[in-house]
Design a protein around this ligand. Structure first.
Ligand SMILES: Nc1ncnc2c1ncn2[C@@H]1O[C@H](COP(=O)(O)OP(=O)(O)OP(=O)(O)O)[C@@H](O)[C@H]1O
Length: 325
């Protein structure tokens, strides 16, 4: 049984006649211990998907429909009511840890509080475990770091602390939303290694949200490409990256710098992601697609290409997108 099973997830923003749909029929599974990359340009719906799963969308402006089951338990009931977050084995690390960490409390206090609420530990047990967690995310001199305030730490250190706090929730699934965009490449590589090692050592699954297919290639087992609030392709990382089934994934790949492209011009996908509510009939990517045909004027379903591999493109079987934008 998958660890996470999402079926028909839809998100609407705004009120009544002005409501716009940001997510369309998202279906997703994650196996225990698996690292799944959720990839797409800015505005494709990655963060809305993560926040919907976390229960962090404001119910006054967002309406969530569909089902999600984590570890055998639904994340919300038929009326859209969430289970209390403290009972859900789910945690998230954000792009900018400074906004997620509380600036007025020490690192130790935030860790201890999380362990007490989420794992019902005594204060003494929580202190010991907080030190263990700081060690496990590669923070040396953990005793001294417990007394530090978030602003006293470097960006990379703050991100490690965020990860430690997420681990204090003992999650079976960690959602990591662009956790390495705000740090330089060396620190980025270290954080990616850390997340991969933690997933392996703890048997923890990760939903890794990123706009960067290079990061996906290094970190993930499977990849899901999103565009305009829809899933447009999904499959094992190696298969998708070596032979993409959707022109959008191929476009993202062509935009990646490679050793051979150094100094040369990178391909970019012309145009931009349509905003929720913007009217696009037929295939949502067609207006930007170099391979569009008349058939693309119809709405496209996901087409199975092989086992565990599908793409929302009417030409997926016939196109050869290896190395092509
Ligand atoms: N609270 C909101 N109200 C209205 N529209 C929203 C809201 N939050 C997000 N959106 C819209 O939903 C779309 C998807 O946004 P989302 O943040 O999920 O994209 P993303 O793929 O995560 O991009 P980024 O990498 O920039 O975070 C965007 O067009 C965004 O403007």
């Amino acid at each position: 049984m998958p660890l996470l099973e999402v079926a028909g997830l839809e998100v609407f923003f705004g009120h009544e006649s002005e409501e716009v749909q940001a997510l369309h029929d998202i279906n997703l599974t994650i196996e225990p211990g698996e690292i799944v990359g959720l990839v797409g340009e800015s505005g494709s719906g990655k963060t809305v998907t993560s926040l919907a799963l976390m229960g962090l969308l404001d119910p006054r402006s967002a309406r969530v429909r569909g089902h999600a089951v984590l570890d055998g338990d639904p994340l919300w009931d038929e009326r859209g009511r969430r289970r209390p977050r403290r009972d859900v084995p789910l945690a998230m690390v954000f792009q900018e840890p400074m906004t997620a960490l509380d600036p007025v409390f020490t690192v130790g206090r935030q860790l201890v509080e999380t362990l007490r609420v989420r794992q019902h530990m005594t204060k003494t047990a929580a202190r010991g475990e907080a030190l263990n967690l700081l060690d496990s995310v590669g923070i040396s001199d953990s005793r001294a770091r417990m007394k530090a305030y978030p602003h006293e730490l470097s960006g990379g250190m703050r991100q490690r602390v965020m990860i430690a706090i997420a681990l204090a929730c003992n999650p079976s699934l960690l959602i990591a939303d662009e956790p390495t965009t705000a740090v330089d490449v060396t620190i980025q590589a270290q954080l990616l290694d850390l997340i991969r090692d933690l997933a392996r050592d703890r048997g923890m699954a990760v939903l890794f949200v990123t706009h960067d297919l290079g990061v996906v290639a290094e970190t993930c087992d499977r990849v899901v490409t999103m565009y305009a609030g829809q899933i447009v392709e999904r499959g094992p990382v190696r298969r998708v990256l070596s032979d993409p089934g959707h022109p959008y994934t191929a476009g993202l790949l062509a935009a990646l710098p490679s050793p051979t492209s150094r100094g040369g011009r990178l391909e970019t996908i012309p145009g931009r992601v349509p905003a929720p509510g913007e009217l696009v009939s037929g295939c949502v990517f067609a207006p930007r697609c170099p391979h569009r045909r008349e058939a693309c004027e119809d709405v496209q379903p996901l087409i199975q290409l092989e086992d565990q591999r599908d793409a929302r493109c009417v030409r997926a079987h016939e196109l050869d997108l290896k190395g092509a934008p």
